[in-house]
Write a protein that binds this ligand. Structure first.
Ligand code: NAD
Length: 494
């Protein structure tokens, strides 16, 4: 947490480095505009867009206006865009040039009275030079802080290089590593559900929970990101960060407070308790796939290697049976999978409870299941068994019923206007402006996650485990199904 007394009376400036890029246009500018509309930005907050393109403020602001309208046009109220545009100035700066810091400083003005939040929405290869520019110009002093995006390295060693270069300018309390999954409403609700109710916690362990499944499925292929993706693959691009963050929130012990360190101390313990996957069990505990020809996202797909134009050892699908070596979770695996060119775009968590120890209803009584959907809709439901209504000659029959725990549906059911589904970045940018880093990833979390993932990649290399091809538009290779079905009675919730 950044000291609020340090930031308190200063004028806030949000410096969006990479302000003309794809992430900025699709997510960051629309998030900032919505925060402005909802009254979360101080009246005098300024926004400086920094990028290599010398397009001038007017053209840049027009492009931003179009991007905001495209993303959140339906929610825009009259006057929002006009007010928002006035906050923005665009400055063309090339990170390769030495005058980067001096020019930005000149634009910022009296830095002693400013509270500056930098968002580095640029390639991680630019984090070091940009942090050096910031430091040389004296723009790194408290309370100023920095937000950085994934990928934070492609292994433990490279993540340390990135973290060191940022740490040279900003101490850990002022370094905000974004995992945008942590800003999603349903992910935040996971914490509320687990620690705001007494009913779940006593059941939240291996005595009652059979297993947990987490799936992040994308229908799209790698598209224009092929150059980047071929270096990373599904395990580095999605599993090391988003999937493991979800594991942490599901598996962690109750924190003593909602404060940033209490929460993150518990998360890092989960990562450190993940059982290492080694050459001895990597073939049973992991599956790698790469999409081949098929049909996905409504289009014919030529296949990853055809798109690339050469052979590739990069996986576009990964499934892992993760085990957590502690008292709470021993014997309850977490099955994780993510991939591209799959049949549906969905992110979901399934908490599968154990069957009844003794059923007086024969086989009709199915085990309870808590289903948490993050995409395409955000929804939480609990499957419980009920008596089927009515009278039958054979006696009582059971029927499963989904109890919806969705707040959005509750609003709709009451005939009220449901709250707008926010972009995950809105929550995170607001937290960063307020100096609250609880929903950001701490350095030791990133490094513990890499340590575990590095072990898996190393085992793939040592056992020459290549990705198995799957037709685009299917749920991954056969080995992905075997991974879970090898354990009796378990299947993916496709
Ligand atoms: P992009 O290539 O679309 O935009 C990059 C931005 O960086 C541009 O504004 C460009 O002007 C600026 N830039 C590039 N070289 C520069 C230089 N030498 N000096 C100054 N500015 C320079 O990239 P993007 O897709 O917006 O991604 C930005 C970051 O966010 C990357 O680290 C990416 O991995 C990460 N990210 C992107 C997405 C996404 O959906 N696009 C998702 C997650 C993470």
């Amino acid at each position: 947490m950044v000291s609020s007394s340090a930031a308190g009376s200063r004028q806030q400036v949000f410096v969006l480095v990479g302000g003309t890029g794809d992430l900025a246009m699709r997510m960051l500018w629309p998030s900032l505009a919505m925060l402005d509309q909802d009254g979360f930005l101080a009246d005098n907050l300024r926004i400086i867009s920094v990028a290599r393109e010398d397009c001038g403020t007017e053209v840049c602001v027009d492009r931003i206006g179009n991007a905001v309208t495209k993303r959140v046009g339906e929610s825009l109220e009259p006057g929002t865009l006009a007010r928002f545009r006035k906050r923005i100035v665009h400055v063309a700066l090339d990170a390769a040039k030495d005058d980067w810091g001096a020019k930005l400083k000149a634009e910022l003005g009296d830095i002693e009275h400013l509270d500056v939040v930098f968002f580095l929405s640029v390639s991680p290869s630019l984090f070091k030079p940009i942090c050096e520019h910031i430091e040389r110009a004296g723009l790194n002093k408290a309370p100023n802080r920095v937000i950085i995006e994934k990928p934070i390295g492609r292994d433990l060693a490279s993540s340390k290089v990135i973290n060191d270069s940022v740490a040279h300018a900003f101490d850990e309390s002022r370094t905000f590593r974004i995992d945008h999954y942590l800003g999603k409403e349903t992910v935040q609700n996971l914490i509320a559900l687990r620690f705001g109710n007494v009913v779940f916690e006593p059941l939240w362990n291996s005595q009652t929970i059979d297993h947990v499944q987490i799936t992040i499925a994308e229908t799209v292929g790698v598209g224009e990101r092929l150059g980047y993706y071929d270096e990373y693959g599904a395990i580095r691009d999605m599993l090391q960060n988003h999937l493991l963050q979800l594991v942490c929130l599901l598996a962690m012990e109750p924190p003593s407070a909602l404060s940033s360190d209490a929460l993150r101390d518990e998360k890092v313990k989960v990562l450190r308790s993940l059982k290492a996957i080694t050459v001895d069990n990597v073939k049973d505990h992991t599956a790698r796939g790469q999409y081949g020809p098929g049909f996905a996202d409504g289009h014919p797909v030529a296949g990853y290697e055809v798109e690339k134009g050469s052979p590739s050892n990069t996986e576009t699908f990964v499934a892992i049976k993760a085990e957590i070596a502690n008292w709470r979770w021993a014997g309850t695996p977490f099955y994780l999978r993510t991939g591209k060119c799959l049949p549906s775009r969905s992110t979901e968590i399934v908490i599968q409870f154990k069957p009844l120890p003794h059923s007086i209803f024969g086989t009709e009584a199915k085990a309870n299941r808590l289903h948490i959907r993050l995409q395409p809709d955000e929804d939480i439901s609990l499957t419980v068994m009920n008596k089927a209504p009515g009278l039958t000659a054979e006696g009582t029959h059971l029927q499963s019923l989904d109890l919806s725990l969705s707040l959005i549906k509750a609003f709709e059911g009451n005939g009220e206007k449901a709250p707008r589904r926010r972009i995950a970045y809105e929550r995170l940018i607001l937290d960063a402006l307020q100096g609250n880093n609880a929903q950001f990833v701490r350095r030791d979390e990133v490094e513990a996650a890499w340590m575990w993932v590095d072990g898996i990649i190393d085992s793939w290399t040592k056992t020459s485990m290549k990705p198995q091809q799957y037709p685009a538009g299917t749920f991954g290779p056969v080995s992905g199904y075997r991974l879970i079905e090898r354990d009796e009675g378990r299947t993916w919730n496709d």
